[in-house]
Design a protein around this ligand. Structure first.
Ligand code: EPU
Length: 343
């Protein structure tokens, strides 16, 4: 049994552990890299008493103040082939591995499936929570299974894709399973004969500009990195959490009315008949792009990203977000929903 006092720290600064860079702290904090540590903590009452929060890369969370409970940082490591078939490599990755490290590992081995999701901040264990995605790919397309510690039942469990109920930036881990599971490892199903996906306009344009007409996955990865770096602020330079809101899905009727009024509206028809409208476009059209109040602002190149210019607090960011939501509701009759979590 691992001794609790050797694991738990008090009043730990989270400034470098949240990509908004808020200067806040956790009342109790532990770095977890072994299942035995979770068992030890579970045998105390800490997990039920102290509202534990699992932290990955801190890239999708707004802390609105000091965290009054226990924070468990996911530090499970390792990237290993679990098994292979003629077509696929099944790669098992520790929940604390940086997502982009896993992507680069796959690209270097020419295993396809992750390249469109290059440079997404955060960790492997956080990826299933919001079913991360970018440039025409989503985690669920390559997800095989995960292992997690169930903090309610106090035991390890396995989950397959259907158990996770993945949706657009959504999963069971944001719904009824919220806060319950500590994801220790994820197994991805990667292709040994990759077929590139360059349907997303920006990728095709970038590869065209580079005069690459038969791209491999390394080219796609480079293109995605290039696009992201040109639009999205680097959290180590300017605090942010990527997209702050989800792209809302509205009815075809409402989309038709908006497109009539604004022919440049960015609308994408969905298989179920709904229409996804770009929240970045709505926020820009609402006049918010580049807006700044104090140190809280709306990024000047991507209006879906809220930024901390230095000393903004989580409360400043949330109050700006609320103002934007209200304004978009009034101007377009559309309710924006936050993509990031707030605590
Ligand atoms: N747009 C504007 N103004 C803006 C921002 C965007 O008019 O300020 C327009 C763009 O011109 C484009 C459309 O809106 O026509 C979509 O923009 P973009 O391609 O930049 O993607 P997004 O919908 O804003 C989503 C994801 C991103 C992901 C990109 C690329 C969500 C909430 N966000 O953004 O994911 O990188 O697509 O696939 O789905 C994240 O989740 O943190 C994230 C960065």
């Amino acid at each position: 049994m691992i001794k609790l006092h050797a694991m738990l720290q008090r009043q730990v600064s989270l400034r470098s552990l949240n990509t908004f860079g808020f200067d806040i702290s956790a009342m109790l904090f532990a770095e977890i890299a072994e299942i035995e540590q979770l068992n030890s903590i579970w045998k105390t009452n800490l997990l039920t008493q102290s509202s534990p929060l699992i932290l990955g890369g801190g890239s999708n969370i707004v802390f609105t103040g000091d965290y009054p409970g226990l924070i468990l940082r996911n530090c499970f490591s390792g990237i290993n082939i679990s098994h292979q078939t003629a077509e696929h490599v099944y790669l098992t990755c520790g929940g604390g591995e940086p997502w982009h490290t896993v992507v680069m590992h796959a690209v270097q081995h020419n295993w396809g499936g992750l390249e469109n999701m290059s440079l997404i901040p955060g960790t492997m264990g956080a990826a299933p929570i919001q079913n991360i995605g970018a440039y025409g790919a989503e985690l669920k397309d390559v997800f095989e299974s995960l292992r997690a510690f169930d903090m309610l039942a106090g035991k390890m469990i396995s989950m397959h894709a259907k158990d996770c109920r993945f949706g657009y930036r959504d999963s069971i881990f944001k719904q009824e399973g919220k806060g319950r599971y500590f994801i220790t490892e994820v197994t991805l199903r990667l292709s040994k004969n990759p077929v590139v996906n360059v349907k997303y306009g920006d990728i095709a344009t970038t590869l065209d500009n580079w005069k690459i007409n038969k791209p491999g996955i390394a080219d796609v990865s480079r293109a995605v990195i290039h696009i992201r770096q040109s639009k999205l602020p680097d959290p180590s330079v300017l605090g942010n959490c990527g997209s702050f809101f989800k792209n809302p899905v509205i009815s075809a009727t409402q989309a038709a009315a908006i497109t009539k009024q604004f022919p440049d509206a960015k609308c994408f028809e969905q298989p179920d008949g709904g229409v996804k409208i770009a929240a970045g476009w709505l926020i820009e059209k609402g006049g918010w792009k580049g807006f700044r109040r104090g140190d809280a602002g709306v990024h000047e190149k991507q209006a879906l990203v809220l930024v901390n210019y230095g000393n903004a607090t989580g409360k400043d960011i949330i109050s700006l977000a609320r103002e934007i939501v209200e304004d978009i509701r009034i101007k377009f009759g559309i309710e924006l929903e936050m993509e990031v979590n707030s605590r």
